[in-house]
Each structure stands twice: as C-alpha cells, then as structure tokens.
Ligand binder design. Structure first.
Ligand SMILES: Cc1cc2nc3c(=O)[nH]c(=O)nc-3n(C[C@H](O)[C@H](O)[C@H](O)COP(=O)(O)O)c2cc1C
Length: 218
C-alpha cells in the first residue's frame, strides 16, 4: 500500500474536488478500490447496520454512457443562473477569480467524466423521495460520511475524486446503465476515481469558523 506522507489535518484539508488533474491514462487497481471501501466501512451507520453500496464502474462503454448522462445534466445546470457556480458572486475580486477557476474545472469534468478510469456511484438502501426529514437525514447519513472516508482514503493513496450530484437529474437512467434497482436504492454521489497528476494540493480559502458557529443558540 503506497501512502502519501500527510498528517490527519493535511489529509482533511487538502482533499479537493479534483477534475483537471485526474490522470485518465493510469489504471486504478481493484485492490486500491477495495482498500478505500474497507476504510469507508469504518464510518458510522444507523443502528450499526451499514446499508451503503459502491458501484465501481470500470467498463469503458458504461463509463461513456454515464459520462454522456452527466454532460447532459451539466448542460441543464449551466443554464441555471444563480445556481451554476460560474454565476455565483462570491463578493470580492479574489474570491470571484477562484470561483471562475472552479467553474472552468467543473466545465472540464463535464466534458471528461467518462474518461476517468473508474467511476464510483455511492448508494444506500432506501429512497429519499418524499420522505420525512428524519428518514432523509438517516438515509443520507448512512452513505455521506462513508463516501467522504472513501475519498480521504483515495487521496491518502495518491488518487483524486470529485463529489458530484448533477447526474441525479437522470438518476433512473444512470441506474439502468449499471443495473442498480432504482425503486429501492438511492444514489447520492458520482465520483471519478483516478491517480492525480502530482500529489500537492492546497488548503482552500473558507469562511471564518465563527461565521457559522452558533454558540449555545442560533
Ligand atoms: C453536494 C455536492 C454536490 C456537488 N456536485 C458537483 C457536481 O455535480 N459537479 C462538480 O463538478 N462538482 C460538484 N461538487 C464539488 C464542489 O463544486 C466542490 O466541492 C467545491 O467547488 C469546493 O471545491 P473543493 O472541494 O476542491 O474545496 C459538489 C459538492 C457537493 C458537496
């Protein structure tokens, strides 16, 4: 197992959404995926009963089909003013420059999702459509921390990921590509998985903690 020399905080603060620096030409061994899933399985699960699933897509035709779905959904997203990240004003020239770079990166991934050597669909048993908040929160909680652990484990091994959800506009069509039982299984995230071009990633600018902490009351 080849691990980068990162302490826990370095790992947590430099696991970025990787898009332009995915190495599309380098294969990802199945055992590396297994290791990341094994780490993910250590995350919390409701009632100590993991309901997570990872659909790991290596097949080129299936990756292409999912990539086409993602590109189509992304095109819809690009027309959503105020939602498409390029159209969000971050309040300063510096922050807006970073935002435009993020948008360039997201546009790039939309054109190349299917080129990643592996696509990972993170799923959980149970659907979130029209369910009470407690159910939605519990279902999401059974996969979201786990998938983030998967991404951290990937970064620790020199691989990049990117949390994406836009394909969920066409979740059922995506399910059909790989045979996910759509009626009973919810997808929450589609991520490319590839070795990164270089392994140095920076800490991102973020708001001050006190801007979002509510001490003792909201
Ligand atoms: C719920 C969620 C949905 C996201 N959906 C997409 C997406 O569909 N496409 C994409 O390129 N990035 C997506 N992202 C990645 C964000 O754009 C990215 O995390 C953000 O720009 C910050 O960049 P960083 O993670 O490198 O700090 C998503 C992230 C989250 C948490």
């Amino acid at each position: 197992m080849n691990m980068l020399d990162l302490n826990p905080d370095q790992l947590l603060t430099t696991t970025r959404a990787v898009r332009k620096r995915l190495d599309f030409g380098r294969p990802v061994p199945d055992d590396v995926v297994r290791e990341c899933v094994s780490v993910a399985l250590q995350s919390p699960s409701g009632s100590n009963n993991p309901t997570m699933h990872y659909v790991v897509v290596r097949d080129a035709a299936k990756r292409r089909a999912i990539g086409d779905i993602y590109r189509f959904c992304f095109t819809q997203y690009q027309s959503m003013d105020g939602t498409y990240l390029r159209t969000i004003d971050k309040g300063s020239d510096d922050a807006n420059r970073v935002q435009q770079r993020s948008a360039d990166s997201a546009d790039f991934l939309a054109d190349h999702m299917g080129d990643a050597p592996v696509l990972v669909l993170a799923c959980t048993n149970g659907r979130m459509d029209n369910v009470p908040g407690i159910v939605a929160a519990s279902l999401a909680g059974n996969i979201v921390p786990a998938m983030w652990s998967f991404m951290l484990a990937a970064r620790a091994r020199g691989l990049g990921t990117c949390w994406t959800t836009l394909h969920l506009m066409m979740e059922e069509q995506t399910a059909d590509v790989v045979g996910i039982p759509f009626e009973t299984v919810q997808q929450v995230c589609l991520s490319p998985l590839a070795y990164t071009l270089g392994t140095d990633f920076k800490v991102a600018a973020r708001p001050e903690p006190d801007s979002i902490i509510h001490w003792d009351s909201w």
